[in-house]
Design a binder for this molecule. Structure first.
Ligand code: ADE
Ligand code: ZN
Length: 326
């Protein structure tokens, strides 16, 4: 057990709001006077939900306890502390200004708190972190456009890129092409969820219409080997989240998950925890599971290298983090 604790790790696909542990959720709920029904808690470590749409619903309920910049500070610092204890060198986490603003925070105040926690965690534990603003598909194209415009008008040192999350099946790529053309025009780094729920046709559309250099999940590309070839030729990195995909029943188990085959075909893969306490996942656990299905230590370290090299960190800091790996 835990034969991978010594492996240096990186995580580039995790939703910051969704890193909230059940104990932190209870603490914030009490502090912010939010009533939670007991059925959201599955165990001391995890939440419970039925299927992906119920997951999205529970996700909103659980994260509705995060009300203040101080909550964001605590959430961020605690997650980074936990990651650092598992030898994680770098975290690039997605955040949602629509969440923060719905709770009355300003764009600036929630990002400033995240930045402060990030700097303090780097000082205290050596872990480096940066953040991606997420547009939420099922809030619609106007919402995603507004989120992106705000990011471009208000550059923040914590923010290094833009992502697209939410309901992939009902909100396909073409709805968001105007927003992502605008981001590309401004050379703003892009990653989008694609190929988690939807298949090759819409993964191709995501690549062609949304200009990502990374794909969130991307694993259903395995259903079309020409597409895998295209992903390799275009040097697009896959942010795979095996435990998440097993929890949501896209794949039955790690052996049947495409991550190993994609790696063997030559795709650049990384492993990530996505929404840790919703899926009983940790970044340490992802590396451990990959070791158990045959990834060698060298292969695991190459995943860490992929994650850092293809992160949206500035070049100087990237070199500093990579130096710790070498
Ligand atoms: N938002 C949070 N987790 C997600 C996931 N696994 N897929 C799409 N959107 C998400
Ligand atoms: Zn995700």
């Amino acid at each position: 057990m835990n034969s991978t604790l010594h492996i240096p790790k990186a995580e580039i696909h995790v939703h910051l709001e969704a890193t909230i542990t059940p104990s932190l959720c209870r603490k914030f709920a009490e502090r912010n006077k939010v009533k939670l029904s007991a059925d959201i808690f599955g165990s001391e470590y995890a939440y419970q939900w039925e299927d992906f749409y119920d997951f999205l619903k529970k996700y909103d309920i659980v994260t509705s306890v995060i009300h203040t910049p101080e909550d964001y500070y605590e959430l961020t610092y605690e997650y980074l502390k936990e990651c650092a204890s598992h030898k994680v060198l770098y975290v690039e986490a997605m955040v949602s200004s629509t969440h923060a603003k719905a709770k009355g925070m300003t764009y600036q105040s929630f990002l400033d708190s995240i930045q402060e926690a990030s700097l303090n965690a780097e000082r205290d534990f050596g872990i480096v972190s940066r953040y991606l603003m997420n547009g939420i598909r099922h809030l619609g194209p106007e919402s995603v456009q507004g989120t992106a415009e705000e990011v471009l008008k208000n550059p923040h040192p914590a923010l290094v890129g833009f992502g697209l999350a939410g309901d992939e099946l009902h909100f396909p790529p073409h709805l968001f092409s105007k927003t992502f053309d605008m981001l590309k025009e401004e050379n703003f780094p892009i990653t989008v969820h694609a190929g988690e729920w939807d298949g090759p046709e819409n993964i191709r559309k995501a690549i062609n219409l949304l200009h990502p250099t990374r794909l969130g999940h991307g694993v259903r590309s395995i259903e079309d080997l020409e597409l895998v070839k295209e992903i390799i030729e275009k040097d697009i990195v896959l942010e795979t989240c095996p435990t998440s995909n097993i929890a949501t029943k896209i794949y039955e188990n790690y052996e049947n998950h495409p991550v190993k085959k994609l790696h063997e075909l030559g795709a650049k893969v990384t492993v990530n925890s996505d929404d840790p306490p919703f899926f009983n996942a940790t970044i340490q656990g992802e590396y451990e599971a990959m070791s158990n299905i045959g990834f060698t230590d060298d292969a695991l370290i190459s995943m860490t290298r992929n994650a850092i090299e293809y992160s949206f960190l500035d070049e100087q800091k990237k070199r500093e983090v990579l130096a710790k790996l070498n």
